[in-house]
Each structure stands twice: as structure tokens, then as C-alpha cells.
Design a protein around this ligand. Structure first.
Ligand SMILES: NC(=O)c1ccc[n+]([C@@H]2O[C@H](COP(=O)([O-])OP(=O)(O)OC[C@H]3O[C@@H](n4cnc5c(N)ncnc54)[C@H](OP(=O)(O)O)[C@@H]3O)[C@@H](O)[C@H]2O)c1
Length: 315
């Protein structure tokens, strides 16, 4: 496993991180059950992954609880990243709302610490910007938690450059967690240069485009989980069909290189400038094993150029 320093901090995190959205299960994902999820977590650990990213909203506390329970014996060897800023009034998609107010964050951290069976979170990230709360208030809450020792570092997710600039006026943020993959390269133009200049590590989410870049889906696929609900990403219509055409070409290149399609996509992203870690969601230990084999080799220059051409950034 390769390890990288996160945003100039003392945290050395694995280049592949465990994305724990899927193991939270409903109402977002259908997974293979807690026993398979726990095996996937332990497999990740065995393979050298030390960075585990979750959020309260993933399974409405279930993902955090499962991580806390499974990784408790190795707590001092792993790095926990969780989030704040999304609350729910009922355990359903329609019950979720943004709230990054100080009082709400102070409540959320206590719940996360309890569920994860720990007394500190290594990286605490604002999940989505909350347009109703000034960045100053959110940052002040996070800085207070840092002073109290409940969180070690502050990060943000889904923030624009302007929103990060507003944070930096108040205090230090060490990471951004954006959507980033071969099919969504929108951060490359402004966000990546900004993060590099400001020593903000980039932790990519959905690096396999939530499964599509594994090459196992086609134009006839109808997603029955959150992917069919138009939340993030493109999983239907012309946009989706265009992505599948490109994935077909990636599959051919993977075949020539003796790799899987997903491994090609993971290998590509971990070598992008400014990228600290790619968060991979998995359903079981086999997927984890396959994904980790995406490291330790480099694409040839012709392959890289062809991938860049096929998945050229739009805009
Ligand atoms: N901050 C945010 O707003 C935000 C948003 C989204 C995600 N995230 C983070 O990023 C993590 C990863 O994102 P993600 O789960 O959307 O996407 P991803 O890593 O791009 O894709 C994960 C999905 O791909 C499939 N897959 C993975 N490895 C595979 C393999 N070897 N063979 C076959 N299928 C495989 C599995 O789903 P299927 O088998 O069902 O296809 C898996 O659930 C999340 O867990 C979370 O930690 C954060």
C-alpha cells in the first residue's frame, strides 16, 4: 500500500481509502449484509488500508456504528474520517436536510463519537455546504471541537473554491472531498490548482462513478437503489449512454493491459496531480482485493493518452 500525507498534516493515509457509504445500507444502497461488510473492513485493514471514511447519514448511523464495532480493537492504528452538516427528521431520503449551525454540529459530534466508540475523530468534514449558515459560524464550531480534542483536523466536502476561501479566512482546512473520477473531471480546472496552492489534500469520492467504471453495467441497466433517483452522478438517459460508450473503450484497454476496467480507473485517479486518496466503496472482501490491485504499476504513456482522450474533460 502507498501512503500519503494529508494536506500537510501528520496524517499518513493510504492512497486507497475505505468508503463506508455502501456498508450503511438502506435507504441508499442494497448491500450484502453486516457480516460481509465487516469482512470487507477487515480485509481492507489486512491489505494496508488505514483510512476509513463514513458519515452519520450513511444508513442513519449504521455505517459509523459498524466501523466503530469492527475496528475498535485497532483504533490506534487507523484514521477515522466522518462528517457533519446533514441531519434527518425521519429515516428516509426526504427527511434529510442541511444544517451546519454550531448547535447542530455540537450535537452531531457527540453522536458520532458514541457510535464510533472513540473519543476523537481524526478528520471531521462538513458534508455539504449549508447556504443558510455563514461559513464563519461553521468553522468556529469546528475550531472549538478541535480545541476540545474531539477532532484532530477539519475538512470539507462538495465545497467550491469560494466556499473554501471563506473557511480559510477563519481557520485551517486540510482536505476537500469532491466527486472525482474519469467521468467527472470538473474539479481539475480550478479546484485542484487551488487545493494544491493551499496545501489542501484531495480525497476523491465515487472514483468508480459508483460502480459504472467497473464495466459491469450497460445501457439497459436500470438502477433500483439511489443511483436510479438522480441524486448525484449520471445513471440514466443520453448522458449515461455516452458514459457507457467510453467505459466500453476502457474495457478494451484494460483487456490489453491484463487489468480489470475498475483497476484502470483507480490507477488513473491515484496518479492525478493533487490527489491524496481515492475512497472506494465495496460490497465485500473480493471487491476490496481486486481494487487494491490497482496500485503498484503505471499506465504506459500511450494508454494514458488514450484514456485522457476518451474521457476528455468537458468544459
Ligand atoms: N462526500 C460526499 O458527498 C460523498 C458522496 C458519495 C460518496 N462519498 C464517499 O465515497 C465513497 C465511495 O463512493 P461510492 O460508493 O459512490 O462509489 P465508488 O467507489 O465509485 O463505487 C462503489 C461501488 O462500485 C461497485 N464496486 C466497487 N468495487 C467493485 C469491484 N471490484 N467489482 C465490482 N463492483 C465493484 C460496488 O457497487 P455495486 O456492486 O452495487 O455496483 C460499490 O458499492 C463512499 O463510500 C463515501 O465514503 C462521499
Amino acid at each position: 500500500m502507498e501512503y500519503r500525507k494529508l494536506g500537510g498534516t501528520d496524517l499518513e493515509i493510504s492512497a486507497i481509502g475505505f468508503g463506508a457509504w455502501g456498508i450503511g445500507g438502506a435507504p441508499f444502497w442494497n448491500n450484502e449484509g453486516d457480516a460481509a461488510s465487516a469482512r470487507a473492513l477487515r480485509k481492507a485493514l489486512d491489505l494496508g488500508i488505514n483510512f476509513f471514511d463514513t458519515a452519520p447519514v450513511y444508513g442513519f448511523g449504521h455505517s459509523e456504528t459498524l466501523i466503530g464495532k469492527t475496528l475498535k480493537p485497532v483504533r490506534d492504528k487507523v484514521i477515522y474520517a466522518t462528517k457533519c452538516g446533514l441531519r434527518w427528521s425521519q429515516k428516509a431520503l426526504k427527511g434529510i436536510s442541511h444544517n451546519a449551525k454550531k448547535s447542530s454540529i455540537f450535537e452531531e459530534i457527540e453522536d458520532s463519537l458514541k457510535r464510533m466508540q472513540t473519543d476523537y475523530i481524526d478528520l471531521y468534514q462538513v458534508h455539504w455546504p449549508d447556504s443558510k449558515t455563514p461559513q464563519e459560524e461553521t468553522m468556529e464550531a469546528l475550531l472549538e471541537l478541535q480545541r476540545q480534542g474531539k477532532i484532530r483536523h477539519i475538512g470539507v466536502s462538495n465545497y467550491s473554491v469560494e466556499q473554501m476561501q471563506a473557511c480559510l479566512k477563519v481557520g485551517r482546512i486540510v482536505s476537500l472531498q469532491p466527486e472525482y473520477s474519469l467521468v467527472n473531471r470538473s474539479i481539475e480546472k480550478e479546484t485542484v490548482p487551488f487545493c494544491r496552492e493551499n496545501h489542501i489534500g484531495i480525497i476523491a469520492y465515487s472514483p468508480l462513478a459508483s460502480g459504472v467504471l467497473t464495466g459491469k453495467y450497460d445501457k439497459n441497466t436500470r438502477f433500483t437503489d439511489w443511483r436510479g433517483k438522480g441524486i448525484i452522478g449520471t445513471f440514466s438517459g443520453d448522458g449515461y449512454h455516452k458514459i457507457i460508450d467510453r467505459v466500453e473503450r476502457l474495457k478494451e484497454l484494460a483487456g490489453q493491459a491484463g487489468k480489470t476496467c475498475g483497476q484502470m480507473a483507480i490507477n488513473w485517479i491515484v496518479h492525478q496531480p493533487g490527489l491524496t486518496c481515492a475512497l472506494l466503496g465495496v460490497k465485500n472482501d473480493k471487491q476490496m482485493e481486486e481494487n487494491v490491485q490497482a496500485l503498484g504499476w503505471t499506465l504506459g504513456s500511450e494508454q494514458s493518452a488514450e484514456i485522457d482522450r476518451v474521457f476528455a474533460r468537458e468544459g
